[in-house]
Design a protein around this ligand. Structure first.
Ligand SMILES: *Cc1c(COP(=O)(O)O)cnc(C)c1O
Length: 427
């Protein structure tokens, strides 16, 4: 007998089943080049879709406010131990629901409302939670922004030092959403110590590279390190905080009960799976390929006449100035989307265009690399991007690129079994 409890999704809710099938198709046949996105493994999807979603587990392993937590405690301990093994941190909290909530918890642990934060200018690559006026960070704290230099377009460490001495911030913040160069955590940590400030790195974007040593680790130099787990780290959509032992209690209290209630134990378990994958040799190979792919993309786009901010990339992301070709970022994003290439418009440092238009697009290699694409595919894709943007209004160019994108995607399948299954159900 079918009841409310034992139907398949297709039986229970055909509309949502169709949404999922449509999204599986969109992923399968488009080139996902949004730098903050990636595709999780089947194992991680399985953990996320598990019965652990049912459990209330407020508190921490061994010290919960609910009974019946002995099983989920094992999952959270596995996640914490693996995170410590990967990053070499003293303390870790794996409960933040997102990168934003991880950042909020650190601010609440370390600061009082109205304190001063020295953080990277959002218009130069920083993140909303680093002080946007509409974000809780900008509304709760006094924000002093630093940026990149006008010529090299790399972080202006001398400016950080000068502003730190001038404003005496309580927290010096680094980390970015659109910055393609190595960040000198050692220097920023030293600047913070010199003025008696706490230091924090938000490695949301580069965590996967840090995990395997392909970007220098912030852990030895920073009091607090936050991250998402779903970008280059390729885990479930969530956040995490690492810190020195001396801040452990404050951070744990800030996550629960200050910012959050019950943790998402299915997501915590999926983080444990993600960290296990990150400890396997294939993960380092993956991250190496992410970097090589980004480098080739940047070189090819540059050769095609686009301007890469700072002249190139050391990581998984690049900011591409499309205004040099007479297009706004918004126009480029639209034209590429119609051709099957998904990117996002992005302001470039010292942008002359308003934010909703912008002069650039942000492009990343993590998701395509997860599909198995390598340098030859990057060269081809850079050519298509260039072709689509040379004539953004042309229907024949759009169609021709779109067809080639689809054919390439078919050679590098993603979630193939799911796609086949849902196509069968919805046809
Ligand atoms: C993506 C990102 C975040 C926020 O992550 P959410 O999970 O979307 O809240 C925070 N900081 C930086 C630098 C990011 O790039």
């Amino acid at each position: 007998m079918t009841t409310l409890m034992n139907r398949s999704l297709a039986q229970a809710d055909p509309e949502i089943a169709a949404v999922i099938a449509d999204e599986e198709r969109r992923l399968a046949y488009n080139l996902e080049m949004i730098a903050s996105e990636n595709f999780v493994s089947e194992a991680i999807l399985e953990a996320m879709g598990s019965v652990l979603t049912n459990k209330y587990a407020e508190g921490y392993p061994g010290k919960r406010y609910y009974g019946g937590c002995e099983v989920v405690d094992v999952a959270e301990d596995l996640a914490r131990n693996r995170a410590r093994q990967i990053f070499g941190c003293e303390h870790v909290n794996v409960q933040p629901h997102s990168g934003s909530q991880a950042n909020m918890a650190v601010y609440l642990a370390a600061l009082n409302y109205g304190d001063t934060i020295l953080g990277m200018n959002l218009a130069h690559g920083g993140h909303l939670t680093h002080g946007h006026p509409l974000n809780f960070s900008g509304r709760s704290y006094k924000i002093v922004p630093y940026g990149v230099t006008k010529d090299a377009e790399t972080i202006d460490y001398d400016e950080i030092e000068r502003l730190a001495h001038e404003h005496k911030p309580k927290l010096v913040l680094c980390g970015a959403s659109a910055y393609s160069r190595i960040i000198d955590f050692e220097r920023i940590g030293k600047i913070a110590r010199d003025v008696g400030a706490y230091s924090m790195a938000d490695v949301a974007h580069i965590a996967g590279l840090v995990a395997v040593g392909l970007h220098p680790s912030p852990i030895p130099h920073m009091d607090f390190v936050t991250t998402t787990t779903h970008k280059t780290l390729r885990g479930p959509r969530a956040g995490m905080i690492m810190c020195r032992e001396q801040f452990a209690k404050d951070v744990d209290r800030a996550v629960f009960p200050t910012v959050q209630g019950g943790p998402l134990m299915h997501i915590v378990a999926a983080k444990a799976v993600c960290f296990k994958e990150a400890l396997e040799p294939g993960f380092k190979e993956y991250q190496q390929q992410v970097i090589s792919n980004a480098r080739v993309l940047a070189e090819e786009l540059s050769a095609a006449g686009f301007r890469i901010i700072s002249g190139g990339t050391d990581n998984h992301v690049m900011l591409v100035d499309v205004f040099v070709k007479g297009l706004t970022g918004a126009q480029a994003e639209k034209a590429l989307e119609r051709a099957g290439v998904t990117v996002n418009k992005n302001a470039i440092p010292f942008d002359t265009q308003p934010p909703m238009k912008a002069s650039g697009v942000r492009i990343g290699s993590p998701a395509l690399t997860t599909r198995g694409m390598k340098e030859p595919e990057m060269k081809v894709i850079a050519g298509w991007i260039s072709e689509a943007l040379a004539d953004p209004e042309s229907e024949s160019v759009r169609k021709s690129v779109r067809e080639r994108v689809k054919a390439l995607c078919e050679r590098f399948p993603i979630y193939e079994a799911r796609l086949v299954r849902s196509l069968a159900q919805t046809s």
